[in-house]
Design a protein around this ligand. Structure first.
Ligand code: ADP
Length: 400
C-alpha cells in the first residue's frame, strides 16, 4: 500500500510518498513560493535522484499538478494509479474533529467553517484536498489534524478565563498543536520503555523552531502549552510565547501599531530571534560561546520557560514515567537537554551526561540507571504519523 502525505501550507506544498509495507520513504518533495514568480519544485527519491522545476506556480491547484508531474517523471511511480491513498495534514480541526477522517464534501465544509481559527492554514489545506480529489477521485483521502491528540484535555485545561460567550460564540479555547508529534513520540517512548501506552504518563517536549510541551496521563493528553493559536506557551524561534496579554493593547496605544502589526511581531519577530539575534539555536550557542550576552540571555530564557512547564506539568500529572525530547532542538541539542534537566533531580529526573552527548539518530534513553523518571530522545516523524493514521482510517473503512 502506497500512501502519499501532503502538507499544504500558505505558500508551499510538502509531500512524501511511503511504501507502508515497511514504512519506507519512496520520495519526498516540496513546492515553494507558490503565487510568486520565483516558485520552484523539487523531488528527491530514495534512490538518490533529484529533479527540480523552476517556473511560476500560480496557485495550489497548479502546485498539486506539478507534484504529480514530478512523481511520475522521477520514475517513483509508473502511474499515479499506484498511489492507494492520501493523508493531508490539517492544522486546525478545533473541537469538531476528534480523530482523523475520510475527506468528503461535508468534511471539507467543516474545515472551511474553521477558517477563522486558522486563516492561513485551512484555506491552503482545502486547496490541496480539492485538487487531489479532482485528479484522483477514486482513492481515499484522509484529513489528519494537529489538534486531535489534544482533544482529550479536560475543560479546566482548555478554557480561558474570559467571558463564556467568547467560547460559545467564537470557539475561543485552547486547542494545542503538534498533536501528531506528541502522540507519535510518546507512543514510541512507551514502546522502548516497555510500558502499556494506556498506563503511560509523560511529558513530551517538542522543541523545534515552533515548540510545545504536552502533559500525557495514561496515554491521553491533559494539557499542552500552545493555545487557540501556536503563539501561546514556550519561547520559540520567532514567537514570543506566553506574555502578559496587556502588552498588545499597550503597544497599539503607545507604539502606534495595528493589531495586525503586533500580531506579526509576536509571531515572526520575537522569541530567540528578538533576544539573541537568530531563530536558530545553533547560532545562538555559537554567539553565546563568543561572549554575546544577548545570545546567552536568549538561551537562558528558552531553558527557563521549558523548566517552568515541566514543573507545572509534574504538579498536575502527579507521577510521570518519562520525559521525552523531540524535534530539531530536542533531538540534536545536548546542551539544551542538560540545561533543562539541571536541578530536576528533586523530581527523580537524572540525566546521564555522557549518554546525553552521544549523537545517534534513533530513539534512546539518556537518564541514569537509578533515575525513576526515564529521560528519552525520540526523533519525531510527523509525516509518517500522518501516513499511519491515513492507513488506519482507510483500513477501517474497508472493514465497515
Ligand atoms: P520546525 O519543524 O518547527 O520548523 P524543526 O523541528 O525542524 O523545526 O527544528 C528546527 C530548529 O532546530 C532550528 O531552527 C534549530 O534551532 C534547531 N536545531 C537543529 N539542529 C540543531 C542542532 N544540532 N543543535 C541545536 N539546534 C538545532
Amino acid at each position: 500500500m502506497k500512501i502519499l502525505v501532503i502538507n499544504s501550507g500558505s505558500s508551499s506544498i510538502k509531500f512524501k510518498l511511503y511504501d507502508m509495507k515497511n514504512e519506507s520513504v519512496m520520495c519526498k518533495g516540496l513546492i515553494e513560493q507558490i503565487g510568486s514568480d520565483n516558485s520552484f519544485a523539487k523531488i528527491s527519491t530514495a534512490h538518490g535522484s533529484i529533479k527540480e522545476i523552476s517556473r511560476p506556480i500560480a496557485n495550489h491547484a497548479q502546485g498539486i499538478d506539478i507534484m504529480n508531474e514530478l512523481l511520475f517523471n522521477s520514475g517513483v511511480v509508473n502511474s499515479l494509479d499506484e498511489i492507494d491513498g492520501v493523508g493531508h495534514r490539517v492544522v486546525q480541526g478545533a473541537d469538531v474533529f476528534s480523530d482523523a477522517v475520510l475527506i468528503d464534501e461535508s468534511v471539507m465544509a467543516k474545515i472551511e467553517e474553521l477558517i477563522p481559527l486558522a486563516p492561513l492554514h485551512n484555506p491552503a489545506h482545502l486547496a490541496g484536498m480539492r485538487e487531489t480529489l479532482k485528479v484522483r477521485p477514486d482513492i481515499p483521502n484522509v484529513a489528519v489534524f494537529d489538534t486531535v491528540f489534544h482533544q482529550t484535555m479536560p475543560k479546566s485545561s482548555y478554557m480561558y478565563a474570559l467571558p463564556i460567550e467568547f467560547y460559545e460564540k467564537y470557539k475561543i479555547r485552547k486547542y494545542g498543536f503538534h498533536g501528531t508529534s506528541h502522540q507519535f513520540v510518546s507512543k514510541a517512548a512507551a514502546k522502548i520503555l516497555n510500558i502499556d501506552y494506556d498506563k503511560f504518563s509523560c511529558i513530551t517536549l517538542h522543541l523545534g523552531n515552533g515548540a510545545s510541551i504536552a502533559a500525557i496521563k495514561n496515554g491521553k493528553c491533559i494539557d499542552t502549552t500552545m493555545g487557540l493559536t501556536p503563539l501561546e506557551g514556550l519561547m520559540m524561534g520567532t514567537r514570543c510565547g506566553s506574555i502578559d496579554p496587556a502588552i498588545m493593547p499597550f503597544l497599539m496605544e503607545n507604539a502606534n501599531l495595528s493589531a495586525k502589526e503586533v500580531d506579526n511581531i509576536m509571531n515572526k519577530k520575537s522569541g530567540l530571534l528578538a533576544i539573541g539575534g537568530s531563530n536558530d539555536m545553533r547560532i545562538i550557542e555559537q554567539k553565546m560561546d563568543a561572549g554575546d550576552e544577548n545570545a546567552k540571555l536568549a538561551f537562558d530564557m528558552f531553558v527557563l520557560k521549558v523548566k517552568k512547564f515541566i514543573g507545572a506539568y509534574i504538579a498536575i500529572l502527579g507521577k510521570i514515567d518519562s520525559i521525552i525530547f523531540t524535534a530539531g532542538i530536542g533531538e540534536n541539542d545536548a546542551r539544551i537537554r542538560e540545561a533543562v534537566c539541571e536541578g530536576l533531580e528533586i523530581f527523580d529526573i537524572k540525566i546521564d551526561k555522557i549518554k546525553n552527548k552521544e549523537s545517534k539518530d534513533e530513539p534512546r534513553r539518556i537518564s541514569q540507571i537509578d533515575s525513576k523518571v526515564r529521560i528519552a530522545i525520540v526523533p519525531t516523524d510527523e509525516e509518517l504519523a500522518i501516513a499511519q493514521d491515513a492507513l488506519r482510517i482507510i483500513k477501517n473503512k474497508g472493514n465497515k
